[in-house]
Design a protein around this ligand. Sequence first.
Ligand code: 4NP
Length: 161
Amino acid sequence: MCNSCSVLFVCLGNICRSPAGEGLLQHSIDTYKLQGTIKIDSAGTIGYHSGKPADHRMRNAALNRGIPLLSLSRKITVEDLHSFNLIIAMDRENLADIQRMAPHPTAKLNLLSDFLGDDWPSDVPDPYYGGDDGFEYVLDMIEAACPSIIDSISSLNDPDQ
Ligand code: 4NP
């Protein structure tokens, strides 16, 4: 098990999908009382919402599942690509934007859908302009991916060793 690993979720605005990723993975890790220190954070590829809490619709949907989302939006930095062990992009556009920031990141880059079976879509759909069901779908998709993300964290190289 990686004892001091770090995971960064990334979406466009860092107010809907990636805060949900951060909150749900933290909840899974707390629930299973995993050993070691795993740092979990989230960021957006745009800084438009910097400093703002997650969208109230996303916070309400997560809270209905017993999970508070406490993050404040921030824009991803080049340093993140070298300081986090694993970066999980919510959709292919987010991934392409991240890849353009640094040609040789030390972080492992994945799509959230890499942790899901083929019956899920490649992209976590952006819920921002849609109805409540879009927020529920984002949570369903992230919840389904968490076990496989935790397996993957377990097999990451420990940066302290
Ligand atoms: P997110 O959703 O990328 O999941 O945080 C969005 C939030 C804000 C905007 C777009 C998507 N926006 O255009 O402001």
